[in-house]
Design a protein around this ligand. Structure first.
Ligand code: ADP
Length: 368
């Protein structure tokens, strides 16, 4: 069942800025749905429209099948947690949790019941009497989540809640949020610019750019089959390598030519055969750093091994990233930690032709 449906949403601010445009999404009940995009792409505007803090210029949002046009913000069944969550500094944690409920004239016993439940879920019993000004970043976020949970919303709207935490705490709170989602069993719409958060938290991810939807899918779908160059480069770290390329056919096979004269045969499949119409057109070729393999010894795979030089090596805990340069082309390659290559080495690499992505340079859409 759908929890939130967004239909043809459009938002133009009074100063003429179009923040959201032709935006569609269908978010299932109990889903952890992540909206991922760079800063300024319209994520906050979108979430504020769902919450009712921002007017909708055109289009509609349905929450549990009811159009928000007819529902005031406080009756939408949503709770919003923001990146710069302001707690009332002079109130205790308990008072912060009960404040919104008292405003809504919820009976005292019900308030006590809800707070008791949240204290158990968030493990904040020891700090209930503390003033919130004295809390750590992680504790403040827990209280902000607590304030949202006591409202018993159908949908949680989280706008970059981890933005101001340090890296270690961010990782911890990510896993806490995941557990919390499982415990509560509610729909979460989570906005972030951080693909690591999106990957860990989202059951599905919607990639947004300049106010509009680029692609919606699981992390794996976005990683394996990006619809365009933007999604291809936004998802995956290190980024997908791209370079200009040209298609041509030779001896019944389709080939890509890139750099200064490198050539690679594409897989002999019906899908690939359909690409022949792009012969001679300006294209971009993309390959992920993990899909380029260093060729060891005399092993020559598919005759497509090419010579490159190591520019730099970055040692990471589990693997190494090598920056390679060749004739008119540079690639980043991720290799196992056992790789012994060092800067200045000449070596041969093999591009996995089954993992090559091809984009039309004009529309930037993926064509294979
Ligand atoms: P994000 O959350 O992805 O960083 P925002 O929704 O905050 O993006 O902003 C999207 C665009 O709308 C930006 O160009 C921003 O400058 C603009 N914008 C945001 N709020 C307002 C406003 N109140 N008035 C005019 N323009 C705004």
């Amino acid at each position: 069942m759908s929890s939130v449906i967004i239909k043809g949403l459009y938002k133009k601010y009074e100063n003429g800025t179009v923040a959201v445009s032709n935006f569609n999404a269908d978010i299932s009940e109990k889903e952890f749905f992540v909206i991922l995009g760079p800063s300024g792409c319209g994520k906050s505007t979108l979430i504020r429209m769902i919450a009712g803090l921002e007017d909708i210029t055109e289009g509609d949002i349905l929450i549990n099948d009811i159009s928000v046009h007819s529902v005031p913000p406080k009756s939408r069944g949503v709770a919003l947690v923001l990146k710069n969550q302001t707690l009332y500094p002079n109130m205790s944690v308990y008072e912060n949790l009960e404040f919104g409920l008292r405003l809504r004239k919820i009976p005292k016993e019900e308030i006590e019941r809800r707070i008791e439940q949240v204290v158990g879920i968030l493990d904040i019993g020891a700090i209930l009497d503390r003033k919130t000004a004295a809390l750590s970043g992680g504790q403040r976020l827990r209280i902000a989540m607590g304030r949202a949970i006591v409202q018993d919303p159908k949908v949680f709207l989280l706008d970059e809640p981890l933005l101001n935490l340090d890296a270690k705490l961010r990782a911890l709170m990510r896993s806490e949020l995941k557990t919390l989602h499982r415990t509560l069993g509610k729909t979460v719409i989570y906005v972030t610019h951080d693909q690591a958060e999106a990957m860990e938290l989202g059951s599905r991810i919607l990639v947004m750019r300049n106010g509009s939807v680029q692609q919606t899918g699981t992390y794996q779908e976005l990683y394996d089959s990006p619809v365009n160059l933007f999604v291809a480069k936004f998802i995956g770290s290190p980024q997908m390598n791209t370079c200009e390329a040209e298609l041509f056919s030779n001896e019944g096979r389709l080939w890509l030519r890139f750099g200064k004269g490198y050539e690679i045969a594409l897989p002999d499949t019906p899908d690939t055969a359909g690409l022949i119409k792009y012969s001679g057109k300006k294209l971009l070729m993309g390959i992920r750093p993990t899909d380029i393999l260093l060729v060891s010894g005399n092993e020559e795979k598919d005759h497509s091994a090419i010579s490159m030089t190591v520019e730099s090596v970055e040692l990471l805990g589990t693997h190494v990233n090598l920056r390679l340069s060749g004739e008119g082309v540079g690639f980043m390659v991720s290799s196992p930690i056992t790789t012994r290559a060092k800067a200045g080495d000449d070596l041969k690499v093999y591009l996995n032709s089954e993992k090559i992505h091809i984009f039309d340079s004009d529309s930037e859409r993926r064509i294979n």
